[in-house]
Design a protein around this ligand. Structure first.
Ligand SMILES: NC(=O)c1ccc[n+]([C@@H]2O[C@H](COP(=O)([O-])OP(=O)(O)OC[C@H]3O[C@@H](n4cnc5c(N)ncnc54)[C@H](O)[C@@H]3O)[C@@H](O)[C@H]2O)c1
Ligand SMILES: [Zn+2]
Length: 351
């Protein structure tokens, strides 16, 4: 088992069979008696009983709240149901919640824990690759509104994160691929080593090690930049174009990881053309995306992508802060005039 500490506040443990041993690990950081395990309709049948058992064995009194799996549940209605459930279970200020599932479960549970009785502790047990390397680290919680994704939220750190890599054995391929998009991103922005492992081997052979490296990178970035003014923006590599594509597909036609993969390829091809990135890096990103079943191009004009991107929240006045790489592992923020963004992308949306 590997451990990463974040901000001197909480630990992230990475290893196998952590789900079965969750109770004892949680006992070290949570002093309450009662807790609610929150999970979704896919994950609960697979893992909830193991977590509940382990919590009971450690002396806790756990209850279980399950909601329908999927982004469609990531709304205030589910949050309200969850808060009412906490109240019915009579959770007090010293009790806690456990998020068992992907990013949707983690974001919702963290948010409910942030606002219930003005804040109770919560533990993350992320079960998707995306949640293990991205959403469970950093303290961002929240839900969607009809007006848009992630428009409501709070920063609330977990008391502990237990990353059981064995849980990925049941994760459907499409979600595995989705997480691969983010894994490739970590290599591209910060770690030539991660990138080379992905190029040379099949990541699955060294998944524990790769997850650990990604968690270290995210933890370090979060420590430097908790409120997302500078360094944390690097995590948005591929995301400006990616979000634009998700929007053009009405947030359902393409997965987030696939959109990010295309975004990384498009922005790096464009950067290479104007010598903002050393030659050959776009080809490396494209090759790795293809190797893990991710797309590298999209059928739309540069203008369509730019228009969709510029309604995005990452717009800052008239300047768009693009995340680019000079080379694999070396990323930076490059400001570009919003009016020139479509010209920058021109000819690079399709490979
Ligand atoms: N808080 C953050 O910093 C942050 C960062 C990135 C993304 N997010 C959020 O994360 C969400 C996406 O997360 P996600 O991709 O994990 O989606 P998800 O939580 O919907 O999980 C994907 C699917 O996999 C199923 N599943 C999860 N674990 C499983 C397992 N081990 N075995 C079988 N099935 C399993 C789920 O039921 C679901 O159907 C989005 O809402 C996004 O906004 C948050
Ligand atoms: Zn992402």
């Amino acid at each position: 088992m590997k451990k990463v500490n974040v901000l001197g506040k909480y630990d992230i443990a990475i290893g196998e069979r952590l789900i079965e041993r969750a109770g004892m690990a949680i006992k070290r950081v949570c002093k309450g008696k009662k807790c609610t395990v929150v999970s979704d309709s896919n994950v609960a049948p697979l893992y909830a009983e193991k977590v509940l058992d382990s919590l009971r064995q450690a002396g806790f009194e756990p209850s279980l709240f399950v909601f329908d799996a999927g982004e469609k549940s990531k709304n205030l209605h589910t949050v309200t149901q969850m808060l009412n459930f906490f109240a019915q279970q009579e959770l007090t200020r010293s009790d806690f919640a456990v998020a068992l599932g992907g990013g949707v479960v983690g974001d919702l549970t963290g948010f409910a824990a942030a606002i219930y009785l003005r804040g109770i502790q919560f533990v993350q047990i992320p079960t998707t690759l995306l949640a293990q390397i991205d959403s469970s680290v950093g303290g961002k919680t929240g839900c969607d509104l009809e007006s848009g994704k992630n428009l409501v939220g709070a920063f609330h750190h977990p008391a502990l994160v237990l990353i059981d890599t064995g849980a990925l054995s049941t994760l459907p391929d499409e979600y595995m691929r989705d997480g691969m998009g983010e894994l490739i991103k970590y290599g591209a922005i910060k770690s030539p080593e991660i990138f080379e492992i992905l190029e040379k081997e099949t990541c699955f052979a060294r998944l524990d090690e790769l997850i650990h490296k990604c968690v270290c990178i995210k933890a370090e970035i979060v420590e430097k930049d908790f409120t997302e003014q500078g360094e944390r923006a690097l995590l948005n590599f591929g995301h400006t174009v990616g979000h634009a594509i998700e929007k053009l597909e009405n947030f359902g036609g393409i997965s987030h990881g696939s959109a990010v993969a295309i975004g990384m390829c498009v922005i790096t091809r464009a950067a290479e053309r104007v010598e903002l990135c050393h030659k050959g890096n776009a080809a490396r990103i494209e090759a790795v995306c293809k190797k893990y079943g991710l797309p590298t191009e999209y059928d739309a004009s540069a203008e369509e992508i730019a228009n969709a991107a510029l309604n995005d929240k990452k717009r800052n006045g008239n300047i768009l802060k693009m995340v680019l790489i000079r080379k694999i592992g070396d990323s930076y923020i490059c400001p570009v005039d919003c009016d020139k963004f479509d010209r920058f992308l021109e000819g690079n949306v399709k490979a």
